[in-house]
Ligand binder design. Sequence first.
Ligand SMILES: [Zn+2]
Length: 382
Amino acid sequence: MKAIVNANIVLYNSIIFDGVILIENDRIIDFGEKSNIKVPSGAVVINAKGNYAAPGFIDLHTHSSGGKWFFEEPEAASAYILKHGVTSVFPALYYNMDQAEFLKGIRDLKAASKQGAGRIIEGIYMEGPYLNPKYGCDAANYKWNEGVLKEKYQPLIDEVGEFAKVWCIAPEVENIENFVDDVRVMDPNAVFSVAHSEATPYQVLDLVPKGLKLATHHTNATGDLPKYPECRGVCVDEAVNYSDDIYAELIVDSKGIHVDPFMLKLVLKIKGKDKVILISDACVFDGPIPPGYDGVTDINFDFDGQIAGSKLTMDVACQNMMKHTGSGICDLFKFAAYNPAKLLNISDIGSIGVGNRANIVIVDDKINVKQVMLNGELVKVL
Ligand SMILES: [Zn+2]
C-alpha cells in the first residue's frame, strides 16, 4: 500500500486541498480530504509537499521524445517522456514510410510496449498512409501516390489490428471510403481523424457517422480553398469548428506559432473545454531554424525550412496553454489527460478515480513535474 499525502488533488472540475490518495498495487483504491482518509500503518508515504496530484499526461500524438524517434528507439523515447509526466503515449509512425517500413514500425512498437518504460505505449496513432502530400513536409517522398489499393493497405490493418487507436485520413483522397470500411471491418469502433487535408466541410462531416471524431493538429496542415479572390473559403478547420462530435488536437508552442494565441482562445471558445486535446507532435528532423523564426526553441523544422512538428513535452505544452489562454489547472488536465482518454474510450486512465490505474503526476502550480507514478510505482524525475 502507498499513500500520497499533502497533495492538492486535481479532479475533473474541482480540487481537493490537502488530500490523500491511497494506492494498492497498480490501482487507486481511495482518495479524499485528509480528514476523511485514514493512511494504514505500514503504508509507504509519498509527500507531495503541497503540490498538485493529477492524472498522468496522455500524449495522443507524438513521433519522438528526447531526440529519439519512437519507431527507432521506443524504450529511450518512452523513458524520456515518462520523466516528463506522460504515463500513456500513442506514438505515430511517419506517413512518408513505405509499406515495409510501416509494418516494421508497427511490429517494433508492439514489442516495445510489453516491457520497461515502453509499457506507456498503449497503441499507435496511424498518421497515414492516406493523407494529402500537399500538406505535409517532405512531400516529394510520399510513397502512397498510386491510389487507395487494398493489396497495399490491408497488410497494415492486419498487422496493427486494434493496437491502432487513431487512423488519420485526408477525406478528399479518391476511394478513401474503401479504406475506412476495411478498417471498420477489423475494428467497428475505430477512431478516424482528419489530417493533412484540404477536404471540403461536407467531405469531413460525411465521415462523422463512420467514426471521424478527431482533427489532427487542428489549424495546421489544412487547406483553405479560396472560392473567389479575396473571399475566404471553407475547408477542414471550419468543419472541425462546426461539429460538436470532433475533438481538436492543438500543438501549443511557446511563441504561439503552430496556433496563434488568439486562435487558441477562439478554438477554446468554439470547441469548449471538453473537445480540446493538447499533443506534442514531437519530431526529430532537426533542420536549421529558417529566417523569421529567431529564438524559437520548441519547434522542429525539416531541411526545406518547413515546420515539421515540435520539440514539446506535455508539461511544457500545458505551461504554454496556461500562458497563452489563462487556462487553469483542472482545464489543463482535461486537455492533456481526461479528453484523450474519453476520445479513445479508455475508462481507467485520464482522471483520479477509485479503481483507476495509479498513473499520477505531481506538479507545482506552473506545471513543473516533481514526481511521476506509473502503475503504482514512482519513476525518477529528470
Ligand atoms: Zn502531422
